[in-house]
Design a protein around this ligand. Structure first.
Ligand code: AMP
Ligand code: TRP
Length: 327
């Protein structure tokens, strides 16, 4: 007997990076053991920025291939689908928008950030982004939502909408809990910003070993450590934080001590990290290229996923329609 339902979504950004993996996908995979899981490619959300829409199809393919290679398993019941293939979400979005105060949307830090990024395209869809996200989650009555910590305000917002909706119309929707990994925010190779494809500070999971070495070599370490003989501060070093994830614990202790006494330099430290990354990701790359030998597989998974998602969506939207009193 499963403990409940998990839902998560991600914009079709193509090949996934270490941030996506450590912040979200790791939990997508782990939660499959005890929950019914639903994972969604949120293509409508991607339209809010109106950039790169010509890539939506390839990037959907590349992203889902990464998910499957990382261990998301439709054969065990997990539903993987594309948001726009289950149009009930747009109806729920409209209904939820009626219980959403506009001021709350425009005050969200994520909205303000988008306005800074695209001041010439502050469209209606962009303001409603979190309402569509709330519709995604509540259409499947999800109990748990694995996401990176950058989504915390969106999750809190969804919980508020659910409370307001249920207060007005009765206990129909489920209030979801966010679920974070031990590394809920991964920094990019610049060591400052969140790892993200749009900042080109990312490391792709599917990288070939040479590419992994090259990207790790570019990583910014402790800025105060300028000469090889300067002692380092592992607690402020992004390379060290990744050693914590990819390097065996005994070795991590040694690296920490050697960094503090300048016993090891950054170049060597990065080389060790890259080696460990290559080893860690080898089974992933192997599985990815195996799955890619059948170019239809991803689309078959998504077609089947949409059918199964619709079965749930139709039922919940019917409950919602009745609750709000639509004739
Ligand atoms: P996105 O590609 O922005 O749609 O994100 C997909 C998922 O990965 C979301 O759950 C994000 O919170 C998570 N994520 C993206 N970038 C990072 C990062 N740098 N650190 C941790 N989690 C991340
Ligand atoms: N806003 C999320 C992001 O940018 C993507 C997303 C859309 C999502 N709908 C969701 C995440 C539902 C979790 C649940 O990463």
């Amino acid at each position: 007997m499963k403990k409940g339902r998990v839902f998560s979504g991600a914009r079709p950004t193509g090949r996934q990076h270490l941030g996506n993996y450590l912040g979200a996908i790791k939990n997508y995979v782990a939660l499959q053991e005890n929950y019914d899981c639903v994972y969604c490619v949120v293509d409508l959300h991607a339209l809010t920025t109106l950039a790169d829409t010509e890539h939506l199809r390839t990037w959907t393919y590349e992203m889902v291939l990464d998910w499957l290679a990382a261990g998301i398993d439709p054969e065990c019941g997990t539903i993987v689908f594309v948001q726009s293939h289950v149009p009930q979400v747009t109806e729920l979005h409209t209904i939820l928008s009626m219980v959403t105060p506009l001021g709350k949307l425009t005050r969200l830090p994520t909205f303000k950030e988008k306005v800074r990024q695209q001041p010439d395209n502050v469209n209606y869809g962009l303001v409603g982004y979190p309402v569509l996200m709330a519709a995604d989650i509540t259409l499947y009555k999800a109990d748990v939502v694995p996401v990176g910590v950058d989504q915390a305000s969106h999750l809190e917002f969804t919980r508020e909408i659910v409370r307001t909706f249920n207060h007005h119309f009765g206990p129909v929707l489920v209030e979801p809990q966010a679920k974070y990994t031990e590394v809920p925010k991964v920094l990019g190779i610049d060591g400052i910003n969140k790892m993200s494809k749009s900042l080109n500070n990312h490391v792709e999971l599917a990288s070939e070993p040479e590419e992994l070495y090259a990207r790790v070599r570019m990583m910014v370490t402790d800025p105060q450590r300028q000469r090889r003989t300067d002692p380092g501060r592992p607690e402020v070093c992004n390379v060290f934080s990744l050693h914590n994830v990819f390097t065996p614990q005994e070795t991590v202790g040694q690296i920490e001590a050697d960094c503090r006494t300048a016993g090891i330099g950054c170049v060597e430290c990065k080389k060790m990290l890259a080696e460990n990354l290559v080893v860690h990701l080898a089974p992933f790359r192997e599985r990815r290229s195996q799955l890619a030998t059948d170019p239809d597989y991803v689309w078959d998974v998504l077609r089947d996923g949409a059918e199964r998602a619709k079965t749930i969506a139709r039922q919940v939207i019917a409950e919602v329609q009745t609750a709000v009193g639509l004739p």
